[in-house]
Design a protein. Structure first.
Length: 658
């Protein structure tokens, strides 16, 4: 079924055309990524789809009764409610219906002594109708569904009574995403939904969206996310729309093939035209060849000429190189604890790392574990709380700050680079800036007037000009569009120095990293491979931990380099405790599922008893339902307690992390 259809849609501003003749449709269960360079009109097209932007021409048709949801990029919930109350407000009508059904059941019980009365028959019909509606809305699983979504976004039971107003901006954005996922939309449009999410939350969201009932239209710069979620890609490019039946990686490959084929067809036609024109010119005046020349001329006149394929707007030309080579051992970290002197405990402790020349190591870990704090500690901006670190011989360090705070807002682009390299010829400086897309009057712009992407490119230009042999990068892809990210990736792959970087961009990590260094509050673990290998290894550890048939020797997790060692007896005891916690969680989960099934069956039985006018049985079933619902509340509390206990146990024992 087609939910929404755009036909020949255009948007023009005075004499400027943003895009024209855009046509596409969205059907049930579609998973569509909308991509394109900044400024091509993605946000404008979305606003046209939801009715916030006028159409210059064309039509947008929506299915009758379409429920369409939209999550803006910078949305945040502002509410006087608690987190739990805010989530329950999504189901206000259904909860009211549930209360109405409870009152109807109580009324039936009161009228049970007079089953032949008109009042009883009216109440019975009303109750039957309410039961059907509740079953359709899955009304008795509301609380369970809310807990699932809140847990996925790191809001736990102890947070439920927190006022929404007390949350940070990032938490409010996460809560807005959690809320919109709970709403029953036929089509959900998400603009940059991965903002403010760490890798674990991203993985949860990807899995959740895989089973989302409605269709999805997503705008995102997170290429890994698009790879996992999208099954179609539509791209706004050169004022029109191009469609690709596949995920983001397919789109990249297919786009390159299409452009290559278009160029070949154009070149071949141009070659044919040149030959025909040359023949006409040489033979049109010769009596013996005039007819053939005229035939060629007619052939030229009838030919449908292909337009020259349009190339993408120029991307920056980024290049990093080292003036001198460092020693083999670049950095040693031993038992390092990081944090702030005024905090009661370190953000992370017992960190160990041996970084060698030309390695590229990505630092990953949950938000708040201190990844940026670690880089600042290595740069001597913060003092270690314990342990030590040491850089090797001839190491020169370049640093990229994700907030680009080191740029002076009162200087121009040209002055920024020139002050850092005042002995360099101005022509060389301008050439370097040109490669980062700063040319002409743009080099005279003050830093305070630059966009986030422009500031990022200027910071990268400064980094490239320094020619250091070791780069510490903190979220280097922030503020960059997709094309600039890909250019940066190519430059770092070709870089002849050493990389230690923090990034939430999993696609970027996959292309750059040779190793993954995972930080936790209790320690660190090194994984020898890219991000996909890291995920596979974590999944393997998860399977090993949960395989109850393994003996203690087989179940002992292989500790990665730098992870704290534990004795055999300690390991055996910890694994025994882990199995108990896992068993308790499994039992709580099963009890929950059994009670949900029991409640659903009781509703069906009550409906049947009502139809049969079996008042005695109906009263018994009603009492059983009250008891089952109370038991379900207790089972949910038991599940939450078991899940929290398991999470705290794994957090306290990183060697058993799954």
């Amino acid at each position: 079924m087609i939910l929404l259809q755009a036909n020949q849609v255009s948007r023009r501003f005075a004499d400027r055309t943003l895009y024209a003749d855009v046509s596409f449709s969205i059907q049930n269960q579609d998973r569509i990524a909308l991509v394109g360079r900044n400024g091509t009109g993605k946000s404008t097209l979305i606003k046209q789809l939801i009715g916030q932007e006028p159409l210059s021409s064309g039509t947008i048709t929506k299915a009758k009764g379409l429920k369409l949801g939209y999550l803006e990029q910078h949305v945040a919930i502002n509410s006087d409610r608690t987190i739990w109350e805010e989530m329950l407000s999504v189901f206000q009508e259904t909860l009211a219906l549930r209360d109405q059904a409870q009152r109807a059941a109580d009324q039936l019980a009161e009228l049970a002594e007079h089953p032949e009365s008109a009042d009883y028959q009216t109440a019975l019909a009303n109750y039957d109708q309410l039961l059907v509606s509740l079953e359709q809305k899955n009304a008795y699983a509301i609380e369970s569904e809310i807990r699932t979504v809140l847990h996925g976004f790191r809001f736990y039971e102890e947070d439920y009574d927190r006022p929404v107003q007390s949350l940070s901006g990032g938490q409010k954005t996460r809560l807005a995403l959690a809320q919109i996922l709970l709403m029953d939309y036929d089509l959900l449009i998400l603009d940059e939904p991965t903002n403010h999410l760490d890798m674990q939350m991203l993985a949860w969201l990807e899995n959740y969206l895989a089973s989302y009932r409605g269709a999805l239209l997503i705008v995102s710069h997170d290429r890994y996310f698009l790879d996992r979620v999208a099954t179609q890609v539509i791209e706004l490019r050169h004022q029109t729309l191009h469609r690709y039946k596949g995920n983001y990686s397919y789109y990249i490959d297919e786009k390159a093939l299409r452009l290559e084929q278009e160029q070949k067809l154009y070149d071949k036609q141009q070659e044919t035209i040149a030959k025909l024109e040359d023949f006409v010119q040489k033979n049109i005046t010769r009596a013996s060849t005039t007819k053939r020349a005229q035939s060629r001329r007619k052939q030229l006149e009838k030919m449908v000429r292909l337009d020259r394929p349009k190339q993408d707007v120029r991307a920056p030309r980024i290049q990093f190189s080292a003036d001198k080579e460092s020693g083999e051992r670049v950095l040693e970290v031993e038992g390092l604890a990081i944090g702030y002197a005024d905090t009661p405990a370190p953000l992370a402790d017992n960190l160990n790392l041996d970084l060698r020349r030309q390695e590229a190591i990505a630092i990953v870990g949950p938000n708040g574990v201190g990844k940026t704090t670690l880089l600042k500690t290595l740069l001597h901006q913060l003092t270690p709380l314990a342990g030590q670190y040491k850089f090797g011989a001839n190491v020169t360090i370049g640093y990229y700050d994700q907030n680009v705070n080191h740029l002076d807002p009162n200087t121009t682009v040209l002055e920024t680079l020139w002050r850092a390299h005042d002995n360099t010829d101005e022509r060389v400086i301008r050439t370097l800036l040109g490669s980062f897309l700063f040319s002409g009057e743009t080099v005279e712009k003050k830093v305070s007037m630059l966009s986030g992407g422009e500031k990022a490119r200027l910071a990268l230009a400064l980094l490239a000009a320094n020619h250091d042999n070791t780069l510490l990068l903190d979220e280097p892809t922030n503020h960059l569009d997709i094309d600039s990210k890909e250019v940066l990736e190519d430059a770092l792959i070709d870089y002849d120095g050493t990389l230690l970087f923090v990034s939430h961009d999993r696609y970027f990590i996959n292309r750059i990293a040779t190793q993954i260094w995972e930080m936790t509050p209790q320690g660190s673990t090194l994984y020898l491979g890219d991000y996909d290998y890291y995920l596979a290894k974590k999944a393997e550890q998860n399977e090993q931990t949960q395989a109850s048939s393994l003996n203690s020797d087989q179940a002992t997790a292989s500790l990665e380099q730098g992870q704290a060692q534990i004795s055999y007896q300690e390991s055996k005891a910890l694994k025994r405790d882990l199995r108990k916690l896992q068993t308790a969680l499994e039992q709580a989960t099963q009890a929950n599922e059994d009670l949900e099934a029991k409640i659903a069956q009781l509703h069906l039985d009550m409906a049947q008893a009502s139809q049969d006018n079996d008042q005695s049985h109906l009263a018994q079933l009603h009492q059983a339902l009250v008891e089952a619902e109370a038991a379900q509340e207790q089972a949910l509390e038991d599940w939450e307690a078991s899940a929290l206990a398991l999470e705290e146990f794994l957090s306290a024992n990183p060697s058993l992390q799954v």
